[in-house]
Design a binder for this molecule. Structure first.
Ligand code: ADP
Ligand code: MG
Length: 710
């Protein structure tokens, strides 16, 4: 029994199912261990001789945990993870078998590439694709009640070498940021001991939980992950009584189990709470280096889905499961730091004197202003359009919130130099028993899509169901380009090894120019307001409301050159992502349309008809008894009218869905302009009917049940 009475401390189980740290040290010879650590920490290529030892060590560790299979775990362009399991088993040639797993199996796999979206990189007859071991992200063991599988994070590429996944470009973009950031550090002479610069990510995951019994009775939730019809409940989040409220017991049991499994997998989940909408919750991890954080994010989503089922819930990761209720996002906290642990976006105390920070900060400002369209495109999906394009947080206009202190410094820089840093001071709470607490030098802004929050940026437009890899690939690439610009400008202006005074003059001049040119992207006010939309238009900021508006940005020459220049994606790889996203948009909405029609025909119409018959009987029987019932009669007429409207609306949806168009861009326009509005109209009628049809006749769980039964 442990000293604390049999309770296992969280820290004791952390990472127990990952091949890192102590596990790695125990299973590997000393020098192989050192080499693998170097690869993981510094991103150095792995000595091939070490791979064999690592494979042997992983095998013995996996077998200790009861693993029977291993899998190359990768992130194709579906947005989900993919895995094909192979048994460790190999015949020994004399009728028995042995457990086999060696370097070739660790390093390379060959899944069929033709069945994953490739955006035309691979045709069905060109099936060859490879997975390649990513030694920088720890292998882990995924357990279910009856199985244990060794999962090896891998990149997924075509036989042509082109990336078919989300990890490969992310890794390339991380490299691009590192290369350019190091140039800035060298200019400021702060590069000593730094071998690379890493991007760090902590991404907060919002999600809904609904009771499984409700979920299973709704075809829309089962097939589309969101409600396609459903009248609003009398109560929403008007009272703000759910946000940060006490976590219901059953939900707590679920959260605790999710955390326990994630800890074992080395995913550092830290914070859990109720979100704004009823039955909406959030998990936030401690930040990690981008590649590992991205893999861990995928694991988090998988774990949420799996564990929810064991607790009689279904976890909805969709961006907008319920109309009229807040949607879910994935706030992507992002920063850059040296591999020695120095956060390059840390403003320090006397920020105005911290020139290197200001260069990094303004590189970010410049990047977002120049490439707002790409950033918007990086989070485009049919589901996320319900958040970004609608009147919800955050809007589709990409702007930056900096807060009072930094905005003040930027204003000073625009005048030629910064001379002071605003201080937050402390807050006196007025009651003698309460402590004086320090106050931040700036308030918070929850409405901004890209907000500076102390020592990092928070990109809030990422959707709750999205893999974070792609948004961060785009973010890293545009930042790399701005860091490149800043470094080159400073080198040109100040020359090689400039004296401090000369460097300072060059920095001030550059910062002044950048501030003046790009400050239009900075906005500290309320991003939801109509006034901001007008103001943004006046400033010339793009407002790409839908996926259809947003995706073309990735197909421009500007984008192609950018991604090519930093070796993140070649033209074909980039175009593939555009094509896959357009196709996904069309298919998602087409599935929704067919599901909607199916529900309307098989559930809504029959229910409303039954109610109509009931009303007709009521009218007939009261009138034959000589009693007039004008109200019931009026209601009958109304229902008959609504049913007629509904029939017409269904036909309109069917027609719009069935239309075949020559290419996916034309189809996407049709989807946005004709199909989605037709669906919205059918929904409006159905929701009106729902509000009249009695409970014993209405076949579907209602919003008031799905959102309020815990
Ligand atoms: P806030 O209160 O601003 O939301 P928190 O400290 O609660 O800040 O952090 C929110 C998220 O941001 C967490 O996931 C956290 O790990 C992450 N985060 C904190 N610092 C960094 C950083 N330097 N880089 C990336 N993410 C970070
Ligand atoms: Mg936050």
């Amino acid at each position: 029994m442990s000293p604390n009475g049999g309770v296992t401390k969280l820290s004791d189980t952390f990472g127990a199912l990952t091949f890192t740290g102590e596990v790695m040290r125990r299973h590997l010879p000393e020098d192989a261990y050192e080499k693998l650590v170097h690869t993981m920490q510094r991103g150095l290529p792995l000595d091939p001789a070490v791979a064999g030892m690592v494979a042997a060590a992983m095998k013995s560790w996996a077998l200790e945990h009861g693993c029977t299979h291993y899998t190359h775990w990768f992130q194709p362009l579906t947005g989900h993870t993919a895995e094909k399991h192979d048994a460790f088993l190999s015949p020994n040639g004399v009728g028995g078998a042995i457990e086999a797993f060696s370097a070739p199996q660790l390093i390379q796999g060959e899944p069929d590439a033709s069945s994953f979206p490739s955006g035309g990189i691979r045709e069905t007859f060109e099936a060859r694709g490879y997975t390649a071991w990513d030694a920088t992200s720890p292998a882990f063991i995924f357990k279910t009640p009856d199985s244990a599988t060794l999962c090896i994070p891998t990149a997924f590429v075509s036989w042509t070498g082109e990336a078919l996944d989300k990890k490969t470009p992310l890794l390339r973009s991380i490299q691009a940021v590192s290369d350019q950031a190091l140039r800035i550090l060298r200019i400021f002479g702060t590069h000593k001991g730094v071998s690379r610069v890493i991007t760090t990510i902590g991404s907060e995951q919002e999600y809904f939980l609904v009771d499984r019994s409700f979920h299973d009775r709704r075809e829309d939730l089962r097939l589309c992950g969101r409600t396609l019809i459903g009248a609003p409940a009398p109560k929403g989040h008007q009272l703000d009584d759910h946000y940060f409220g006490a976590i219901p017991e059953r939900v707590m049991a679920f959260m605790t189990e999710v955390e326990r499994h994630l800890y074992e997998l080395g995913v550092p989940v830290k914070t859990r709470h109720n979100e704004v909408a009823p039955n909406q919750y959030e998990f936030a991890p401690i930040f990690e280096s981008a590649n590992v954080a991205s893999d861990h994010q995928m694991l988090m989503m998988q774990m949420l889905r799996t564990v929810a089922e064991r607790h009689g819930f279904v976890c909805l990761l969709h961006e907008k499961p319920f109309a009229g209720i807040n949607g879910s996002g994935k706030h992507n906290n992002w920063s850059i730091s040296t591999d020695t642990g120095v956060n390059l976006l840390d403003p320090h105390v006397e920020t105005h004197t911290h020139m290197q920070f200001l260069v990094f900060l303004l590189a970010c400002v410049r990047a977002v202003d120049l490439h707002a369209d790409l950033l918007r495109a990086s989070v485009a999906s049919a589901a996320n359009d319900h958040r970004l394009g609608a009147n919800e947080a955050p809007p589709a206009i990409m702007s930056i919130y900096l807060g009072d202190m930094l905005s003040d410094i930027l204003a000073q820089l625009a005048q030629g130099g910064a001379h002071s840093t605003k201080k937050g001071g402390s807050l006196d709470l007025g009651a003698r028993t309460l402590p004086q607490i320090p106050r931040h030098s700036g308030d918070r802004n929850r409405t901004s899509p890209f907000a500076f929050t102390g020592n990092k940026f928070e990109f809030r437009a990422v959707g709750s169901s999205q893999a974070i890899a792609w948004a961060n690939t785009v973010l890293n690439t545009i930042i790399a380009e701005s860091l490149d610009f800043m470094a080159t400008e400073l080198q040109t202006r100040a020359g090689k090894n400039p004296a401090p005074a000369k460097l300072e003059t060059a920095v001030k001049a550059l910062l002044k120019e950048v501030v003046k040119k790009h400050r239009r992207v900075i906005f500290d006010g309320d991003n939801y307001s109509e006034a901001w939309h007008k103001e943004a238009e006046r400033r010339g900021l793009p407002n790409l409301k839908t996926t259809v508006d947003a995706l073309p940005a990735l197909a421009t020459k500007k984008a192609q050159e950018l991604f090519q220049r930093y070796n993140v994606l070649n033209k074909r790889e980039l175009q593939a992502r555009v094509d896959v996203n357009f196709e996904r948009y069309n298919r998602t909405v087409a599935i929704e349309a067919r599901t909607l029609v199916s529900m309307l025909k098989r559930e809504v119409q029959p229910a409303a008809l039954r109610f109509q018959t009931e009303l007709a009987h009521a009218v007939a029987s009261s009138e034959s008894a000589g009693v007039k019932c004008p109200d019931t009669k009026a209601q009958l007429v109304r229902i008959v009218g609504l049913l007629a409207e509904l029939s017409a609306a269904i036909v309109a949806v069917e027609k719009a869905e069935a239309l075949r168009l020559p290419d996916h861009v034309t189809r996407a326009h049709h989807t946005r302009d004709k199909l989605l509005p037709a669906m919205a109209e059918a929904r409006r009628i159905s929701d009106t009917l729902e509000q009249s049809v009695p409970d014993d006749v209405w076949p579907l769980p209602r919003y008031s049940e799905m959102l309020f039964v815990k």
